[in-house]
Design a binder for this molecule. Structure first.
Ligand code: ADP
Ligand code: MG
Length: 263
């Protein structure tokens, strides 16, 4: 498949159904999507539309029911074994009894990196997320925003090209979130990573993305894919420009058309 060869993630007719005591739950229904190298893709939609499930299929934490999916041209299982991605969870999920440095070291220890290499990578990633100097602090000594930056550093530590981020800033207040959005964009540009980012926030999705995937629940599916026309350089003020508001409008319309918020 030539299309998947150039794609970091390629999904064709991807379906995943959970079998529950209340019957089948169609979490993903016929998802077709290509994530290209260097893309910043946001997945937006209400709770239950399959955003987390899609990330978990990419990460080989769930198995598809039918259809095709490749990650770096491989099966998700092979991609996981090749450490193709870093994963940032909804809550920072740091171990409270480990310092920031030791939290970031954990996956590196498990993979058997030498101590010197660990130290080098820890220093590099802490610098990338502006946390140099905090390596000996414990998570509870940091603010929520800093904890989330530390968990991003942990996901960056083994330098995978693909970063999967599941509502990483959802629990933070808006000012902190703005600041982290700006920092994440800079980090993405500096590192040339490919990012799959789940969010509930329309402004966050529009501000960050090269491509916005609008999803809808029951069954979980993709209802629109919007290519951003915004320039690569994005000061926060861009959110007040007509171009930005137009894309936000289209996302909102997409969510409405998918009957996403009708209860
Ligand atoms: P989102 O992240 O968009 O909120 P999820 O991917 O978490 O959506 O869930 C999609 C649907 O699948 C929901 O209806 C959810 O209840 C269901 N679901 C998710 N995980 C499981 C599971 N492990 N077992 C059964 N149903 C699940
Ligand atoms: Mg979710």
């Amino acid at each position: 498949m030539t299309s998947s060869a150039s794609s970091v993630v390629s999904a064709r007719n991807l379906c995943l159904t959970y079998n529950t005591n209340d019957g089948p739950v169609h979490a993903l229904s016929n998802v077709d999507l290509d994530v290209r190298k260097g893309d910043f893709i946001s997945f937006i939609g209400p709770s239950g539309c399959g955003k987390t499930t899609f990330l978990r299929v990419i990460a080989d934490l769930e198995r598809k029911t039918s259809g095709d999916i490749t990650v770096n041209g491989m099966s998700p299982e092979d991609a996981r074994k090749a450490r193709a991605y870093g994963y940032v969870f909804q809550a920072a999920a740091l171990y409270p009894w480990r310092t920031i440095e030791k939290n970031i070291a954990l996956p590196l220890e498990i993979m058997g990196y030498a101590k010197e290499e660990q130290a080098k990578r820890i220093a590099q990633t802490l610098e990338l997320v502006n946390l140099s100097g905090f390596e000996h602090k414990f998570p509870w000594q940091l603010s929520g925003g800093m904890q989330q930056r530390a968990s991003i550093a942990r996901a960056l530590a083994f330098d995978a090209d693909l970063l999967l981020m599941d509502e990483p800033f959802g629990a933070l207040d808006e000012i902190v979130r703005d600041h982290l959005n700006e920092q994440l964009l800079k980090l993405w540009k500096r590192t040339n990573k490919t990012i799959c980012f789940v969010t509930h926030s329309i402004p966050e999705a529009v501000y960050l993305s090269t491509k916005i995937v609008v999803m809808s629940p029951r069954p979980g599916r993709v209802t629109d894919v919007i290519e951003s026309t915004l320039p690569a350089e994005r000061p926060l003020g861009i959110r007040e420009t007509p171009e930005f508001l137009e894309i936000a409008h289209r996302v909102r319309e997409g969510l409405r058309a998918g009957h996403s918020y009708e209860e």
